[in-house]
Design a protein around this ligand. Structure first.
Ligand code: GLC
Length: 544
């Protein structure tokens, strides 16, 4: 168990993200709940993780699956009660697992009491909690667009005003310029902290300081002033870990978010590596260029070295499954899933595992009417109206849709993968009969045990926290290889990213090293070596 009283304990940690709606249903209503998470804490302890990032479980109309909060202080009845949350926090803590809540501070639901008040009149004390602009119906204040499609403004006839939103109209943006808004949010965070919460994942945090009149969404001029204020008023008094989701972070500004002396966030969760296999738009997929990927990782590993801290992830609730995306989810599912895990866990930063990644869950194709995500459905309607072919739109959804990652967790080969005895809110991937936790725990050679080993390695080898990062063969289009170095030791990570064999040359020094983890057996380290399809290993060399 990690000693969480130590400064920066989270640098040694590995976190696990739970999307509660799809984790475990204990009531038969087809939706996962907090009791379901409690039931699986022993499983998560066996995996070895140190914290759970819990996607939002607060009261919500669920337009965006909880990322539209109508009451920050209450648990949605669908997930359970506040008592269940306290129980979860306590039971998790007993197993060395911290609970990290997902805070959506950029916007609320339009059903939040503040917004309901705000639209009563311009003099209502809550009116200034949101961003309203005078105007005429049909003449938007400007041409800004929302992430989930359409204009970023919605007309309220009784006020003769528009309000601003960055996501869906049911997610009005909060006005962070208003000190009262900030104080309410800080107070609410302190309330959850007092119940034992040990961390917060901050949803689209780079967008809070938007200035719609100036077309600014992320990285607004006051962003870092707000983050410093929030740290001082809401987080500072104990070892709280804060993870800031920031699509707008780049290597130039990243250390502003998480630099050691900045007193803002523990780490930044950025997406540059995740945007490489798309054209300008998310839905237009192109092949991943591995050399470019190496370049990006190299940039980030160097930029934050001894200056800040990275989050390491390949999957989450907004992204397709990584084994289907960059691996091979049929013939080499196990090999490629393990390769991707080894590739990621050797880097500097805090790894995040998304539920099901540890058993190699895959993307799931559905009929259009089976999808639930508003982003998918809006995009589908938009592209149909623009004359795209249905097959092409479906291909984009299969490759990129967020529901790929949101199908229920596969625990066993029984009905619905053991997720629910009722009718699941979203389709269960039919491959649950082969891919499930029960199977993974029985098979000593499963993807699960590779993750378990990697998590344990991260705790026992400080070089993974502190060592420098150097790419090996940066221009090679088939492999991703790198080393981490400190004065005493070296960790070498070798990954064949392809389905074909690949000859590589090893440094003499590494040949005497220990293979800590690999995805094939019978490895003979020698100067000239052939890596098998998706073969990957981590070699530890002690020099002093
Ligand atoms: C974040 C969440 C995503 C959500 C959006 C709006 O990107 O991860 O699921 O839709 O913010 O809250």
């Amino acid at each position: 168990m990690l000693d969480k009283t130590q400064k920066d304990w989270w640098k040694k940690a590995v976190f696990y993200q739970i999307y509660p709606k799809s984790f475990q249903d204990t009531t038969g209503n087809g939706v996962g709940d907090l009791q379901g998470i409690i039931e699986h804490l022993d499983y998560l302890e066996t995996l070895g993780i140190d914290g759970i990032w819990l996607s939002p479980v607060f009261a919500s109309p669920q337009v965006d699956n909880g990322y539209d909060i109508s009451n920050y202080r209450e648990i949605d009845a669908m997930f359970g009660t506040k008592e269940d949350m306290v129980k979860l926090i306590q039971e998790a803590k007993k197993r060395g697992i911290s609970i990290i809540l997902d805070m959506v501070l950029n916007h609320t639901s339009d059903k939040h009491e503040w917004f309901q008040q705000a639209i009563q009149s311009k003099d209502n004390p809550y009116h200034d909690y949101y961003i309203f602009r005078d105007g005429k119906e049909g003449e938007y204040p400007n041409d800004m667009k929302a992430v989930f499609g359409g204009p970023a403004w919605k007309w309220i006839p009784s006020l003769e005003q528009y309000y601003f939103f960055q996501f869906s109209p049911q997610q009005p943006d909060l006005n962070w310029e208003n000190e009262k808004v900030r104080e309410e949010l800080y107070d609410m965070i302190r309330m959850w902290k007092s119940l034992g919460v040990e961390g917060f994942r901050l949803d689209v945090i780079d967008q809070i300081a938007k200035e719609p009149d100036n077309h600014i969404t992320n990285n607004g001029p006051k962003l870092h002033t707000y983050l410093q204020e929030m740290r001082e008023k809401a987080f500072v008094d104990n070892q709280i870990v804060t993870i800031g989701e920031a699509w707008g972070a780049n290597i130039e500004n990243a250390s502003l978010f998480c630099g050691e002396e900045r007193n803002e966030l523990s780490m930044v969760f950025q997406f540059e590596h995740m945007c490489l296999d798309q054209e300008n738009e998310k839905w237009d997929v192109k092949d991943l260029d591995l050399v470019q990927l190496k370049d990006i990782y190299n940039k980030w590993q160097q930029a934050l070295y001894q200056k800040g801290w990275n989050s390491l992830f390949l999957d989450n609730h907004d992204l397709p499954r990584i084994v289907s995306r960059w691996g091979n989810d049929t013939l080499y599912r196990k090999e490629s899933a393990k390769m991707l895990a080894i590739f990621l866990h050797g880097m500097q930063g805090t790894p995040f595992i998304y539920q099901g990644e540890e058993i190699g869950m895959t993307n799931c194709k559905m009929d259009i009417h089976e999808y639930q995500d508003l982003e998918i459905l809006n995009m589908f309607a938009d592209r149909i109206s623009k004359g795209y072919k249905k097959e092409d739109i479906m291909d984009s959804i299969y490759a990129r849709g967020r529901d790929n990652a949101r199908t229920p967790m596969q625990f066993s080969n029984t009905k619905n993968g053991g997720f629910s005895t009722g009718k699941p809110w979203i389709k269960v991937n039919e491959n649950y009969k082969e891919i499930n936790v029960e199977e993974a725990l029985q098979d000593k050679d499963s993807i699960f045990y590779t993750y378990q080993k990697l998590i344990s390695i991260r705790k026992h080898y400080p070089i993974l926290q502190e060592g420098s990062f150097t790419l090996i063969e940066p221009k090679d289009p088939d492999t991703f290889m790198y080393k981490r170095e400190s004065e005493e030791d070296t960790m070498v990570i070798l990954c064949n990213w392809r389905e074909k064999e690949k000859k590589i040359i090893l440094d003499k020094e590494w040949i005497s090293g220990d293979i800590l983890v690999s995805n094939y057996k019978d490895i003979l380290l020698q100067e000239e070596m052939v890596l098998r399809p998706y073969e990957a290993m981590m070699i530890y060399v002690r020099r002093k």
